[in-house]
Design a protein around this ligand. Structure first.
Ligand code: SF4
Length: 182
């Protein structure tokens, strides 16, 4: 029987949620037996090569590329899971949501304490660069999300339990201590 196929991506996130996936330690061997990975930083497959059963999304959407990748995941994955606070609510990157975008650019490229050598006052605007969005959007505001795994990052046991439940179709057991809100 073919294994369920899993894809993962990091949008506006810090890769901490992906590190938490790897933090399942020796269960990683069971995971490899249980599922096949497709597009993911875990196996470095850059493009979808087939339809997937489960897509794990880390991070929300702060630019046009994030939106493009998220929609691509929705198209290719039967089940989409928002993993971690950034994917669920925007997380730390969404702290800019109350600040006008122009002020953010000025701080990052013109007047911030770490800005050096930009005497010409250039704000990067190459057409190749993804367009920054007016605010950081949680994933469910862009596409339909099927499940949400809370935490920053969600604990490895929580990700493991969720994956096993999704793959086997069993009811997901979430004891209080594996759910971490911070
Ligand atoms: S939820 Fe936390 S660990 Fe995950 S990407 Fe966001 S900041 Fe990083």
């Amino acid at each position: 029987m073919s294994k369920p196929i899993v894809a993962t991506t990091s949008l506006a996130g810090c890769f901490g949620c992906h590190m938490s996936v790897l933090d399942i330690d020796e269960k990683i061997l069971e995971l490899i037996e249980l599922v096949e990975f497709n597009k993911s930083p875990i196996d470095d497959i850059k493009k979808f090569t087939k339809k997937c059963d489960i897509g794990l999304i880390e991070g929300g959407c702060c630019n046009s590329e994030n939106v493009h990748v998220l929609k691509e995941f929705r198209e290719h994955c039967r089940i989409l899971v928002a993993v971690g606070e950034c994917a669920i609510m925007g997380g730390l990157p969404a702290m800019r949501n109350g600040i006008p975008i122009e002020e953010c650019f000025n701080e990052a490229y013109l007047n911030g304490p770490t800005v050096v050598g930009n005497d010409a006052g250039i704000i990067p605007n190459d057409p190749e660069l993804p367009m920054i969005l007016d605010r950081v959007y949680p994933c469910h505001e862009i596409v339909k999300i099927d499940y949400f795994l809370p935490g920053c990052p969600p604990r490895a046991d929580l990700i493991w339990e969720a994956l096993v439940a999704l793959v086997t179709g069993d009811e997901m057991k979430l004891p209080y201590e594996v759910v971490k809100f911070d």
